[in-house]
Write a protein that binds this ligand. Structure first.
Ligand SMILES: Cc1ncc(COP(=O)(O)O)c(C=O)c1O
Length: 424
């Protein structure tokens, strides 16, 4: 008889995992609040909210109840030609929360699909008007997902190298989060590209480029780029898949800027991290250009599970909890600020940055800052041994805890970081 670990090795192909190099995955048998409980009795504080999705803690009773109540009423129903109250209520509530003039919500399944939908909306917006605008601008170090469209607009490199010939061309501009970037040159570069008049859209992760290394930048830079978008009729797409729902200290990172986007991509925290869901919101202007008696102007996009009623019930419950989460978010932010003072005493810590609940820094090991920095595995396993789930991006360590985390748990995380880094 095989045990679970052996069966896992036999039957499952895990994401972002090289089975010959990586350790076998830890078998989690229960998750509650900020903690994951393993089969072998180990416990882990989830310092990265399980890939940035979990907001209010695992197995939150309010979300659990909402899902179970919804299941009494209905499960999945086709979302073309049919609708349901939970989908309608959530769209209405979400639109109230969103910055700018968002008017419509298009549902999908995850972050990558929310981005695919946004990019397709932007391109078809121009196509429907017979205007030839097809160029898309994105930042270096961007990450927008793993489907072909979202890979195309993401930083080219090891993640998408095997498919490079199949990805569409994008104009990449310097990342404002990279220390070497001189913003005035980057803004000039952006102006020059948009002035050509063929730019359909600019897609960006507002204020924090997540998987690209938790690179952070200031609202003012983005506001200048968004201004240029306005003047040149370029559709601004905010990918808030990671930054949405309170992560940056405001409900949405886009609230830090004066200029608002035309399209917003959402996922991850949207259901409190309990069930999969993607949503792409757009302005009335975007939507109006799809309305026609001509069926060829339809937005031909949809997934079998679009508008899943259980995910949407979870999303409604999570949004209600979010209204009362600002104190917790502030609590995490203030703790991070205090911890930064300690981090500054370590010689091997560089580029400390934080916004809202996210804290990141580079660990200097005399190698380049990169996803493949050899320090990564060493750090990851040391944290795991200390009962803290932190997944460094190469030599970049970041913390992004769920909002329910308490003082004790935060201190355990901070102590683990100090301990590991002091003894490297
Ligand atoms: C900014 C951003 N966009 C899109 C995605 C893709 O989301 P998903 O993994 O749900 O497809 C991610 C995932 O990390 C992300 O951080």
């Amino acid at each position: 008889m095989l045990n679970y670990s052996e069966k896992d090795q036999k039957y499952i192909w895990h994401p972002f995992t090289q089975s010959l190099v990586d350790q076998p995955p830890v078998n989690i048998v229960r998750a509650k609040d900020s903690k994951l409980y393993a089969e072998n009795g180990q416990e882990f504080i989830d310092a990265i909210s399980s890939w940035w999705v979990n907001l209010h803690g695992h197995a939150h009773p309010v979300i659990k109840k909402a899902i179970s109540d919804q299941m009494e009423i209905m499960d999945q129903i086709i979302f073309a030609g049919f609708t349901h109250p939970t989908a309608i209520d959530f769209a209405e509530e979400l639109l109230e929360f969103l910055p700018g003039n968002m008017a419509k919500v298009f549902y999908s399944d995850n972050g990558s699909t929310s981005v695919e939908v946004a990019v397709k909306m932007a391109l078809q917006y121009w196509h429907n008007q017979n205007i030839k605008k097809q160029t898309i601008i994105a930042f270096h170090h961007s990450y927008h997902g793993d489907t072909f469209g979202s890979m195309s607009i993401s930083q080219r490199g090891a993640f998408n190298d095997p498919f490079s010939d199949k990805l569409f061309d994008v104009e990449f501009i310097s990342s404002p989060g990279e220390l070497s970037t001189e913003t005035k040159f980057m803004i000039a570069e952006f102006s020059k590209i948009t002035a050509k008049g063929n730019v359909a859209a600019f897609i960006y992760e507002p204020l924090i480029q997540g998987a690209g290394g938790m690179l952070m930048y200031e609202p003012d830079v983005l506001d200048q780029l968004l201004n240029i978008c306005r003047s040149n009729e370029v559709i601004a797409i905010a990918d808030e898949v990671m930054t949405g729902f309170g992560r940056t200290g405001k409900f949405f990172a886009s609230e830090y800027m004066k200029n608002t986007p035309d399209i917003i991509c959402l996922s991850k925290g949207i259901t409190g991290g309990i069930l999969p869901l993607g949503a792409t919101a757009c302005t009335k202007n975007i939507y109006e250009n799809f309305k026609s008696n001509d069926r060829s102007k339809t937005f031909f996009h949809g997934h079998s599970y679009t508008g899943n009623s259980l995910s949407l019930a979870a999303a409604r419950a999570s949004l209600t909890l979010l209204r009362d989460s600002m104190t917790n978010i502030k609590f995490i932010e203030e703790n991070h600020k205090r911890f930064i003072l300690k981090l500054k005493t370590l010689k091997n810590v560089q580029n400390i940055r934080s916004r809202g609940t996210i804290l990141a820094f580079d660990v200097d090991n005399h190698q380049q800052t990169s996803y493949f920095n050899s320090l990564r595995d060493n750090l990851y396993h040391q944290f795991i041994d200390k009962g803290v789930l932190i997944r460094p991006l190469g030599n970049v360590i970041y913390l992004m805890p769920p909002y329910c985390i308490d003082q004790n748990e935060l201190d355990t995380i901070y102590n683990a970081v100090m301990d590991v880094l002091s003894n490297l």
